[in-house]
Design a protein around this ligand. Structure first.
Ligand SMILES: *Cc1c(COP(=O)(O)O)cnc(C)c1O
Length: 216
């Protein structure tokens, strides 16, 4: 990944203070993750538990590395996710929130979570609508074990840069309008992170730009 590593440096240098790069390492081997760590990356995002666990084991000596779960949350994986990921970005419904809250209590963990929103039609994605968040406010305010930190969004394909900016701004406005601690905004991937940063992203999830194109 020598070539991509230069992209990584440029990306890191371009981020203003308060914005964190989450290097999306799905499909990437442990030794490549170690190289990115050597280049200063401390936050890594994975979307599948089965794939992540062996890599975590091989990298267990890097004790200041933080793992972020960014994939579709399956109820039967919730326990393993709570056990292994201090950050969970893709909490997309009240049903999964409730389950994570219960398991976090059982395991005495306090993971930081982000609520994945979907403020536009997209059949390939799940996520809270603004209305669903409003309806769940009292329950979200009463969470004891999960630490609610912000919102996460993935844009639909095919938007122009202007439309992307507007969509990310909509997420930022929603976060500000709700009486919840939503100071973190996880938005922006390799193809749209400049617009996400312009709209106030605090966590960008970048994979292929750093590690090269994925074959799977
Ligand atoms: C794969 C993935 C990314 C990274 O995508 P790139 O286009 O490779 O940067 C970011 N967020 C989520 C949720 C992903 O699944």
């Amino acid at each position: 990944m020598t070539n991509e590593l230069s992209q990584l440096r440029a990306l890191q240098n371009a981020l203003r203070p308060g914005v964190k790069l989450v290097a999306v390492s799905k499909t990437v081997g442990a030794e490549t993750i170690r190289q990115a760590y050597g280049a200063g990356v401390r936050d890594f995002g994975e979307s599948r538990v089965q794939e992540a666990l062996p890599k975590m084991e091989r990298l267990a000596d890097l004790t200041d590395l933080t793992w972020h779960f960014i994939g579709r949350l399956q109820a039967n994986k919730a326990r393993k996710i709570i056990e292994h990921f201090p950050w969970i970005h893709s909490v997309d419904s009240w049903a999964i929130t409730e389950r994570l809250e219960r398991i976090a209590g059982e395991l005495k963990r306090r993971p930081q979570i982000l609520l994945q929103v979907k403020l536009w039609p997209d059949e390939t994605k799940t996520g809270w609508s603004a209305r669903e968040l409003e309806d769940a406010l009292p329950r979200l305010q009463a969470l004891e074990h999960l630490q609610l930190r912000g919102l996460m969004a993935i844009l639909p394909l095919g938007l122009t840069p202007e439309e992307r900016l507007a969509a990310f701004q909509k997420v930022a406005q929603l976060a500000q309008s709700l009486p919840l601690p939503l100071e973190e905004l996880s938005m922006g991937m390799s193809g749209d992170y400049p617009q996400a940063l312009a709209a106030g992203a605090t966590l960008i999830r970048v994979g292929s730009l750093i590690f090269g194109r994925r074959s799977v």
